[in-house]
Each structure stands twice: as C-alpha cells, then as structure tokens.
Design a protein around this ligand. Structure first.
Ligand code: SF4
Ligand code: F3S
Length: 104
C-alpha cells in the first residue's frame, strides 16, 4: 500500500485526491490519510504530491505511518475532490517532525 507521511502535515495540497482512482483518501484538519485496505497500489498519487509526502509503506518508518494512516482513515471523512489547501502551507513545507509537533 501507499501511505501519507510527515511532509503532508500542515501542507495538505490535496493534488493526490484528484488522481486516486478508488477515492481512498480521508481528510483531517491538517493531514490526509490513505485507507490501506482500499488503496490498490497503483502509485499514481506519489508523483502528484508537491512535497513528496506519499510513499510505499516499505519506506523507512513505513510501519509507523501505516499505523497512522490506518487509524485516521477509519475515523475521518472520505475526500474525493480537492478542497482549498491551507493558506500558510508554504511556511511548513521544509519543516520536519511535524506530526509530533502539531498533531493533538
Ligand atoms: Fe489511490 Fe493509487 Fe495512491 Fe493508492 S496508490 S492512494 S490507489 S492513487
Ligand atoms: Fe498531502 Fe501531498 Fe496529498 S501534501 S494532501 S499528500 S498532495
């Protein structure tokens, strides 16, 4: 499966949503999650993300992010169309460790 990782936090460009053929993205205030049970591993979302937040779960820290995506995809609403990204997203593009910092 593919998963959304730390660069998405507070950036949430949502370009990924537009291309997913099975609409398996789920939306939180600061982050999007992929439902790993619905993702068909097509990989088309990976190059669409401007901040490279989407990777296969075989990446470093993949297990941690797989758990995060699974948890939040189960409780957040499905998103199938791109909304308005946060106005201040560029301020957070180069920051790391955002999940720990901003997620409550
Ligand atoms: Fe959707 Fe394909 Fe990305 Fe999985 S890999 S989230 S199915 S676009
Ligand atoms: Fe996040 Fe990138 Fe999608 S910032 S919302 S994973 S396009």
């Amino acid at each position: 499966t593919y998963i959304v990782m730390d660069p998405c936090v507070k950036c949430k460009f949502m370009d990924c949503v537009e291309v997913c053929p099975v609409d398996c993205f789920y939306e939180g205030e600061n982050f999007l999650a992929i439902n790993p049970d619905e993702c068909i591993d097509c990989g088309v979302c990976e190059p669409e993300c401007p901040v490279d937040a989407i990777k296969p779960d075989t990446e470093d820290e993949g297990t941690k992010w797989l758990e995060i995506n699974t948890k939040y995809a189960a409780i957040w609403p499905n998103i199938s169309e791109k909304g308005t990204p946060p106005a201040d997203r560029e301020d957070f593009e180069r920051e790391t460790g955002k999940f720990e910092k901003y997620f409550s």
